[in-house]
Ligand binder design. Structure first.
Ligand code: HSE
Length: 432
């Protein structure tokens, strides 16, 4: 019986997890595939971290990519430089590719998809979005008969952990980030996690699969969680809400809005109780209605679980369908580019915290600016009395257009009675 030969690039956390699953579950996987899966070569940097037969291991990535016996190359080195070169070389050599590299796909996906299609090979990337959650497979196959209406998702475990800790303990952002790093959740350089870029990479991939058209990465609006203040977490609680970093994609009339930003959601929202390092995707299909998928979005075995699922599907295709089927490639995303609504035109509700002097006429000055810009206040909290000192005025608005809100904020922050920059957080999932 033909065995399927696998070459692995990168023996870090996820790479070691993949080797473990392929080894520990060799018998089970052989049964499910219909042939043995054989690890032919592994390339890594430095000494191998796990015990391996010496002939399996090399420090030269290209030795693996160019090995004529290898059927499937699994790229787990990350980054967009060496990884891109190695992936393109593997595809051009007719090898199927599995990758967990969200930055590579979000920023160079079109090139990678096109080269894979031209070479009639498969490309699996389930592990690039939400770790263990089989979200791409579910959307591509389980929801194939649906037109997707919206995706609202928590796709970055590190920022979800930081916000959950701030909510539970009242701590400040910097302290909770340090705790996430100490726990090993945040990357050594956590910038991509906390500034929203990692979430935007995942949203680019997920929305391109779900809405069946390529979503340009540059078109995604991105804001991170670095500015979230414990005061806003406290006010959100008073409003029966919580703050999450959400990745949002909504389609209307063939135009998509795609955005990542901190968001106020009601406690009753299905994503409100998703805490810690967990990820969750709330997706609405026109026939299926709303669905929620949740699980571990990162970690050795959770990510490796999705990598192995792609290896098995591709092995199955090689054995039974090749070369007529390339089931994993988002061909739709190669053929059409989605139209994206400019952020200035997006309509949503807002939470505002204005820091203003507690003197007569302040409220009417602020509400006058909002009214002038067509923005209507839905509810308001004013705390404390402090003659000649600044106090917070918290408001929830009805739906407003982003450009009107930006204009209003510029004017409000120039008012003499306003003592600090107004905090503005978008709201999701709250009935009008
Ligand atoms: N750094 C990511 C996160 C995990 O915190 O969710 C890998 O995608």
């Amino acid at each position: 019986m033909k065995s399927i030969s696998i070459g692995i690039l990168g023996l870090g956390t996820v790479g070691s997890g993949v080797v473990q699953i392929l080894t520990e579950h060799a018998g089970l996987l052989e049964n499910r595939v219909g042939a043995p899966l054989r690890i032919k070569r592994i390339a890594g940097r430095g000494e191998a971290r796990i015990p391996l037969a010496p002939h399996l291991y090399t420090r030269d990535l290209m030795e693996v990519v160019r090995d004529p016996e290898i059927d499937i190359v699994v790229e787990l080195i990350g980054g967009t430089d060496i990884a891109r070169t190695a992936c393109l070389e593997a595809l051009n050599r007719g090898k199927h590719l599995v990758t967990a590299n969200k930055a590579l796909l979000a920023e160079h996906g079109l090139e990678i998809y096109r080269v894979a299609a031209a070479n009639r090979v498969d490309l699996g990337f389930e592990a690039s979005v939400c770790g263990a959650i089989p979200i791409l497979r579910s959307v591509r196959e389980g929801l194939v008969g649906n037109s997707i209406r919206s995706i609202v998702a928590i796709v970055n475990g590190t920022s979800n952990y930081i916000l959950s800790q701030m909510t539970d303990s009242g701590g400040r952002y910097g302290e909770m980030l340090a705790e996430a790093q100490a726990q090993g959740y945040a990357e050594a350089d956590p910038t991509l996690d906390v500034d929203g870029s990692d979430a935007a990479h995942k949203l680019q991939i997920l929305s391109s699969v779900a809405f069946r058209g390529y979503v340009p990465f540059e078109a995604i609006y991105v804001e991170g969680i670095q500015g979230i203040d414990p005061a806003d977490i406290g006010f959100a609680r008073e409003l029966n809400c919580t703050i999450k970093l959400l990745a949002i994609a909504k389609e209307e009339g063939g135009v998509l809005e795609v955005r990542v930003h901190p968001t106020l959601i009601p406690q009753s929202h299905p994503l409100a109780s998703v805490g810690g390092i967990y990820n969750a995707v709330h997706i609405v299909g026109d026939s299926a209605g709303p669905l929620v998928f949740s699980g571990l979005g990162a970690g050795q075995k959770p990510a490796a679980s999705s990598v192995v699922a792609d290896i098995v599907e591709i092995a199955h295709n090689i054995l039974f369908f090749r070369p007529s089927r390339s089931s994993l490639l988002p061909t739709n995303a190669i053929e059409s580019v989605m139209r994206v609504k400019p952020m200035e035109n997006v309509l949503c509700r807002y939470y505002l915290r204005v820091t203003a002097l507690d003197s007569p006429g302040v409220l009417s000055a602020v509400s006058h600016v909002l009214a002038e810009n067509g923005i209507s206040i839905a509810s308001m909290i004013q705390k404390g009395r402090a003659a000649q000192a600044a106090v917070p005025i918290v408001m929830l608005t009805h739906e407003a257009v982003e450009s009107a809100m930006r204009r209003a904020l510029e004017t409000i922050d120039r008012l003499e009675v306003v003592a600090a920059r107004t905090v503005c957080i978008r709201v999701e999932g709250m009935e009008e």
